[in-house]
Write a protein that binds this ligand. Structure first.
Ligand SMILES: Cc1ncc(COP(=O)(O)O)c(C=O)c1O
Length: 355
């Protein structure tokens, strides 16, 4: 560690070791650059795609959050009347950026095809969470990711998997290792250093070479805290722990118990519920299935959702009481924690149905 704490003068040994680890695990990573946050990573990935293709537009999906910058902050958790329409996520965004971001329905390849039919030659990239955590808990249907891969190949656009949440949370190779679909670029953040501030852009060498971290690169990449030594060590420690311990089967098993238990509690109460999620991720929605896209989520009884979660907090179980925040099982959780949470969920649901 002593030799690795020099900031701002170039790549450290630790950063190199981290890049090699990521390349070893992540199918889509031939090269890696490290930055400070998920928004920086998606910003850089989108600009790289624009630089590579010479095109300006990107496609994202309704309900997905891909960072706070103007290129991504559109049509996130849209209010029902604004879903699918022009829905910037903030005042102060550049109009041109809002319009350069096209929005499709998740799991709807025909919608993506129609956007490409209309504007294909202007689209630099398709960016998506390969599992819709922000949506929340929506899985790609069989053929969806493969279909996006085929469309991008045909149209000369780059496919970007935003694995800022899914990266290492579901697999050391990201969700792409599970899905068997390899994107051109991948963004990582959050869980890769178990909560320490670090993120990364990875991808095919022919594209990554365009970053000005290489001699002839013409796409700017910079940041004072990029490769922060403490965060790099945290990422290396996280990877090493995940390599040596079977964390994923533990959290997948508990996640499955949680989702099954929550659906049973809904059935017991006689109300329609869907426990969305995958692996360690779970979110209980008060609605009829299926849960395929953000449009489906709009059937969620938002009022009951908020009431239930406040009742949970009153019983010592914290799930974000507002919006559609998801919850995750972590390596430290046990079967007892799941039992306790399910018991609290049963009581919280009863209480929220009474009030
Ligand atoms: C899928 C996804 N991409 C990008 C980001 C942005 O990451 P950060 O908050 O580290 O800027 C987030 C944050 O929640 C995210 O969920």
């Amino acid at each position: 560690m002593r030799e690795r704490v020099l900031f701002g003068v170039g790549v450290t040994d630790g950063e190199l070791e981290l890049a090699r680890k990521i390349v070893g695990h992540l199918p889509g990573a031939e090269q890696v650059v490290v930055c400070g946050s998920g928004s920086e990573a998606t910003y850089h990935a989108i600009r790289l795609a624009r630089g590579v293709t010479g095109r300006e537009r990107i496609v994202k999906f309704q309900g997905s959050y891909n960072g706070f910058h103007d290129s991504g902050l559109r049509n996130v958790l849209s209010a029902p009347e604004r879903g699918g329409r022009r829905d910037p996520g903030s005042a102060g965004m550049l109009e041109a950026s809002i319009d350069a971001t096209l929005v499709c329905r998740y799991n709807d390849l025909e919608d993506v095809e129609s956007v490409f039919r209309a504007a294909g030659e202007t689209i630099a990239a398709v960016i998506l969470e390969p599992v819709g955590h922000n949506s929340p808990g929506i899985l790609p249907e069989p053929g969806f990711l493969e279909g996006l891969r085929a469309i991008c190949d045909r149209e000369g656009s780059l496919l970007i998997f935003d694995e800022v949440i899914t990266g290492f949370r579901h697999h050391l190779g990201g969700y792409q290792a599970i899905a068997g679909v390899t994107p051109d670029l991948t963004t990582l953040g959050k869980a890769i250093a178990n909560g320490f501030p670090i993120a990364a852009v990875c991808g095919r060498a022919e594209y990554m070479d365009r970053f000005n971290t290489t001699r002839d690169g013409d796409v700017h990449f910079g940041g004072t805290f990029n490769g922060n030594a403490v965060s790099v060590e945290a990422a290396l420690a996280t990877i090493s722990y995940l390599e040596d311990h079977d964390v994923h089967s533990h959290i997948y098993r508990l996640g499955e118990r949680m989702r099954t238990g929550l659906e049973a509690i809904g059935a017991e109460a006689g109300i329609p519920v869907v426990a969305g999620g995958y692996g360690s991720l779970f979110v209980l929605c008060f609605m009829e299935g299926p849960l395929r896209s953000f449009e489906d989520v709009l059937r969620n009884d938002a009022e009951l959702f908020g009431r239930y979660r406040r009742e949970l907090v009153a019983r010592g179980i914290f799930e974000m009481p507002e919006s559609l925040g998801r919850s995750h099982i972590s390596a430290a959780h046990t079967d007892d924690d799941v039992d306790r949470s399910l018991e609290a969920a049963r009581e919280a649901l009863r209480a929220s149905l009474r009030s």
